[in-house]
Design a protein around this ligand. Structure first.
Ligand code: NDP
Length: 252
């Protein structure tokens, strides 16, 4: 009974930002559990290499080059996923960007880049999911603990605001779509080692580790495991949740 509740084999997913980092690991997890996945990302070479690595007849992986900031491209990506797989049951929004700047130095382009990607990009995909998924569908947005607390030492006001917005829109859509049986949950990771963090100053990384009760950064596998659980029927009573996965950072 419990094995069948976690079974997502034969389902189909769309994952934004799936060519790299946390998104790529989510694609790997869903594929290992037997789901078809369409990756939506700007990074064509990386996306196609994920396809070459994972695509197999019983769990297909396809790539769509698309910019989540552009509503029309998000719609086209959903059309491509439905053309490839028939219908979608799982949508994950992982495409996201960060800008580490003191708020006095933030200029309009930088502000728009973060908001357009993290907030608009998440909303366009979540909106399409709400329109297209049937009862039993699951939408997982990748928020951040930075949308819940102000982490330091790096200043990133625009990112923090954008991730708080991701959590709020996820909860809002959860309530709206609950009668239709479509679930919306947000995962709020702490410090996870990816390409997004690889360029961060080493002294900040050390500080992050000191501030995390477990003393380590998390892995992309930690996040992907939680997403795979939320995608499955084992999480069927969960909607509107914001789940921290942060080594205890937000607990002390
Ligand atoms: P990465 O930069 O490694 O991966 C993000 C992917 O999203 C990249 O392939 C990127 O492509 C793509 N992307 C960015 N903008 C767009 C766009 N407009 N349209 C389509 N694809 C786009 O980041 P992470 O894996 O570290 O982060 C994934 C998510 O997790 C983000 O939402 C991030 O905010 C969140 N997160 C990460 C944490 C961490 O510690 N790493 C902690 C908490 C949350 P490109 O390189 O071309 O921009």
């Amino acid at each position: 009974m419990y094995r069948s509740r976690t079974d997502i084999s034969g389902r189909s997913a769309l994952v934004t930002g799936g060519a790299r980092g946390i998104g790529r690991e989510i694609v790997r997890a869903l594929n290992e559990f037997g789901a078809n996945v369409l990756i939506v990302d700007l990074l064509e070479d990386e996306g196609r290499s994920v396809v070459a690595e994972l695509d197999r007849p019983d769990a297909r992986v396809e790539f769509f080059r698309g910019d989540v900031r552009d509503k029309a491209q998000v719609t086209a990506a959903f059309d491509a996923a439905e053309a490839a797989f028939g219908s979608l049951q799982i949508v994950v929004t992982s495409a996201g960007v960060v800008e580490h700047l003191p708020s006095n130095d933030v200029v309009e382009d930088g502000w728009r880049y973060v908001m357009d990607t993290n907030v608009d990009g998440t909303f366009w995909a979540a909106q399409e999911a709400g329109r297209r998924l049937a009862r039993g569908g699951s939408v997982i947005t990748i928020g951040s603990m930075s949308g819940l607390i102000v982490n330091h030492p790096q200043p990133q006001a625009s990112y923090n605001a954008s991730k708080a917005a991701v959590h709020a829109l996820t909860s809002s859509l959860a309530v709206e779509h609950a009668p239709a049986g479509i679930r919306f949950n947000s995962v709020a990771p702490g410090y996870i080692a990816t390409d997004l963090t690889v360029h961060v100053r080493p002294d900040w990384i050390e500080k992050w580790k000191q501030l995390t009760p477990t003393g380590e950064m998390g892995t992309t596998q930690d996040v992907a495991s939680l997403v795979a659980f939320l995608a499955s029927d084992a999480a069927s009573f969960m909607t509107g949740s914001v789940l921290t996965i942060d080594g205890g950072y937000t607990s002390w």
